[in-house]
Ligand binder design. Structure first.
Ligand SMILES: [Zn+2]
Length: 188
């Protein structure tokens, strides 16, 4: 992450919109902008494989048929506008194949993939991919809903419009009953 370049970019944005980067109140803004971006994009240079390694802690399944982690709150940035995706929640279900992952790790994985430029669909498929790498499970489903400021605060301006995406594999893709059961459990 090039902090110096981020600071420079922050200063350039201020100049480009006609602001005076030296006025009181803005003097430290490029620096703040740089550290905020660095934090929010912290996983840009990490692959799904890297993230899977980082959170690779599983234990023997106590025998549950289905594991569902509901309503993990997230935010990310869309790659088309660098705009905030907010009020975002992810719910993840999978059928363990002998091993399960700690529930807090599931949330950490979702946060990690959100800390790079994203589209909502890919947040779902990234989570699914990493869950599969760690647990070996083949039946995984990820539901995400969120608001995108590039839709709600500019252009067509549709405040409150929510984008819903579903990413599934294995039996969650082929078995409508299983799929319906998951959607019902998360309240859809
Ligand atoms: Zn966008």
């Amino acid at each position: 992450m090039d902090i110096k370049k981020l600071e420079e970019a922050g200063r350039l944005i201020l100049e480009a919109i006609g602001e005076d980067p030296l006025r009181e109140g803005l003097v430290e803004t490029p620096g703040r902008f740089a550290s905020m971006m660095a934090e929010q994009m912290a996983y840009t240079e990490k692959s799904n494989e890297d993230i899977a390694k980082e959170f690779d802690k599983t234990f023997v399944s106590p025998g549950s048929d289905v594991v569902i982690v509901k309503d993990i709150s997230l935010f990310s940035h869309c790659e088309h506008h660098l705009a905030l995706m907010y009020h975002m929640t992810a719910s993840i279900g999978y059928i363990p194949k002998g091993r399960v992952i700690g529930l807090s790790k599931v949330a950490r994985i979702a946060e990690a993939v959100s800390k790079r430029l994203q589209i909502q669909e890919r947040i779902g498929s990234d989570i699914r991919d990493i869950m599969e790498r760690i647990t070996g499970a083949e039946d995984i489903i990820v539901y995400i809903e969120g608001e995108h400021s590039c839709m709600t605060a500019r252009g067509i301006k549709k405040p409150g419009s929510v984008t819903q995406t579903l990413s599934s594999s294995g039996r969650y893709r082929t078995d409508p009953v299983l799929r319906q059961e998951f959607l019902q459990t998360i309240g859809l």
